[in-house]
Design a protein around this ligand. Structure first.
Ligand code: NCD
Ligand code: ZN
Length: 351
């Protein structure tokens, strides 16, 4: 059994850092990662170049306040709305790496998202010209469609036609949750998919069987065991189209535990340790670096990180909630002891 593992420093290709008190409390939680694609679903959403730049500055200020010597590069995204124009893309091209498509009302803070994806074609064409990546929350919002089917229906109804309309656009289907999505990404040119740590280690039984566990509730909702197995096979396999995006999405406990609890799992500080545990459990620890450190950067056209992180095995990491001025934020519990930790990590201070 290996007790130490050194890999190229990883990146997180899907991260929610929020704003204000939560941003201040969680910013250092992502410092195992060199870079992260930052989600723009704030209130109000990040819809223009000035908002992107201001949000980037607030993130860097929060990181520096918590860990003055840390190196972290937020890779910013634009929130697409029905009002986004090709000129908006020109304006953000220097500050954004990607733009995010939320179908309106699909998830947290997506009310300003896109109602008519076909009408967005000129914007997407401009993104392709400018080399911006399109990140997609791939679920239909048609409430006639069962919540467990919303990703699979999105693939045929929205994504396949979009792919055909703008063939040169690099597309990332975010937080894959089904075998159908894995198969779609595998079979489609110019596409990649991110996979979260939580979708790799829990299924819907961990959400609903033997009592409801609100901290395991996220969108896309966790699916069947067979889907989880397909995700694990993709994450640990040889297809470079699959790479890590945590979708770490902190909400305070009052927001998670009320009568209509918010979707999102807060995983960032423990994500790498959870992945190491899982990859080891399936005999694929040698594939971890490709999944978290190599394949995402390659798809995005970014240089590989020059530095490394070292994970060591030790006593279980305590999962106490993070204290914020808005209330406690509970860390995701994978259902097993987290025994890997990143040496010298500022992500889990005092643990
Ligand atoms: C995310 C959030 O809370 O912002 N929630 C989630 O369940 N993943 C939004 C998202 O990525 O869907
Ligand atoms: Zn997300």
């Amino acid at each position: 059994m290996t007790d130490t593992l050194t890999i190229r420093r990883p990146d997180d290709f899907h991260l929610h850092l929020r704003d204000g008190a939560i941003l201040d409390a969680v910013a250092t939680g992502s410092l195992d990662f060199a870079r992260a694609i930052i989600m723009p679903n704030l209130v109000p959403p990040v819809v223009n170049a000035a908002m992107v730049s201001a949000y980037r500055d607030r993130i860097l200020a929060a990181v520096t306040a918590g860990a003055p010597d840390a190196l972290f590069e937020p890779l910013m995204t634009l929130y697409l709305t029905d009002e986004t124009t090709p000129e908006t893309i020109d304006e953000v091209a220097g500050v954004c790496t990607a733009a995010k498509l939320y179908p309106a009302h699909a998830t947290t803070n997506s009310a300003s998202g896109v109602n008519d994806v076909a009408a967005l074609t000129p914007v997407l064409e401009r993104m392709a010209e400018r080399g911006l990546v399109l990140c997609i929350h791939g679920e239909v919002t048609d409430h006639e469609v069962d919540i467990f089917d919303r990703e699979a229906v999105f693939l045929e109804r929205v994504l396949a036609p979009l792919r055909a309309r703008v063939p040169d656009l690099k597309i990332v289907l975010e937080h894959l949750s089904t075998r159908a999505a894995i198969d779609f990404v595998r079979g489609t040119e110019g596409m990649a998919g991110t996979i979260t740590a939580h979708h790799l280690v829990i299924d819907r039984n961990d959400l609903l069987a033997g009592g409801i566990r609100p901290h395991n509730y996220c969108l896309p909702i966790v699916k069947r065991r067979e889907d989880r197995e397909a995700l694990v096979a993709a994450a640990t396999g040889d297809d470079p189209s699959f790479f890590f995006g945590s979708d770490s999405a902190p909400h305070t406990d009052p927001r998670k535990l009320g009568p209509c609890g918010a979707a999102g799992c807060f995983t960032a500080p423990v994500a790498l340790a959870i992945l190491a545990h899982l990859f080891e459990a399936v005999g694929a620890l040698d594939k971890l670096e490709a999944f978290v450190s190599d394949q995402g950067a390659a798809f995005y056209g970014l240089a590989p990180n020059p530095d490394t992180v070292t994970l060591t095995r030790g006593a279980p990491v305590p999962l106490d909630p993070i204290v914020t001025a808005d209330g406690p934020v509970t860390l995701f519990n994978p259902g097993f002891d987290i025994t890997w930790r990143v040496e010298g990590s500022p992500a889990l201070p005092g643990r």
